[in-house]
Design a protein. Sequence first.
Lengths: 218, 207
Amino acid sequence: MIALLTRDLRLALRAGGGFGLGLAFFLIMAVLVPLGVGPQPSTLSLIAPGILWVGALLACLLSLDRIFALDFEDGSLDLLATAPVPLEAVVTIKALAHWLTTSLPLVLISPVLGLLLFLPAEAYLWLILSLLLGTPALSVIGTFGAALTVGLKRGGLLLSLLVLPLYIPTLIFGAEVVSRGAMGLSIGTPLALLAGITAGSVAILPFASALVLRINLR
Amino acid sequence: MSLAVTALACARGGVPLLEGVSFSLRSGAALVLRGPNGCGKTTLLRCVAGLQPPLAGEIEAAPDAIAYAAHADGIKATLSVAENLRFWAAIYGTTDIETALERMNLRALADRAAQNLSAGQKRRLGLARLMVTGRPVWVLDEPTVSLDMASVALFGDVVRDHLARGGMALIATHIDLGLPEAEMLDLTPFKAQLPAAGSGDFDEAFL
């Protein structure tokens, strides 16, 4: 299990692993928005929470199709399915590796991008906290989508269409936490709902992903 | 320890390919599957490996006994030969990759990235993976594709040693592996008769 995680992390970090793709996208988005919207701090600080959350979500979406596609192409997925590790564990590890290589860097860089967008000072803590709580759900839901579309040539479009609606609750509550935090309002309810979505999807979706993966490998 | 298959029927892409296949393997025995392209050898092996459910029939094998080697070797191009092997060893809970490197003549390539290997060298690495699984039943799908004569002989020796230690091998191949003691099974007579249209399960179109 640890071996699978270290292998996936190593593959992501080596040449051609796609590490940094989401990060670069997130960075470009946050740099371009002030250019497009105009440099007024009042406008930017108003839309910053939403922009940062949408950016993180799209950056996450960008690398989803790699979760299983590469392993499917070179035959490792067949071999992993016949190996003595439960497929549910394989799926969970894959989601964890995706979170570590894609989402965690987004969380870490988000305060810097917040500066670019004039995010109010009191919102930084809530930005990091909401992304930390919300992005695991993005990775787990994305892994489910990747499992559904594994084996389809150019399945990326279908994958995005399948996954985006499932991402919306996380986006709404995540951005809500940050904007309420920026305005100094209480954030208890959206934060609890965000954590609830993550806890629920982490608990349930690996089983669903493993099931559809078994069907897709037939 | 044995592997027994009785009255197995299997399908690929919803089309039944084989029916009524029965055979059994005991410790130390090998069975070579023969048959023309598309007759269902790979499908049969995937059934035995547990990747797809059979249409009918039974497969009796000890749990966690089977090591499957498919057409694709499951090699990660950016990892070195040793890293690839070490990963599979860890997945199967073993540690010794030295024997496998030695026996498949990969020692000199151990630190080379797998993307720089030739097709035959990749295949040798894929077969070395079997040796680190430590599992008794080897299910091999055309193991000798892109191997040269010397490597085929090398692999024949590895299989023979595996059998001598009480292992089993189920091999689909078109060429002679140099295993005269292995039994042959031609799959041509087991070709499935196409069922009448509409008799299939409705769900089949979706699964």
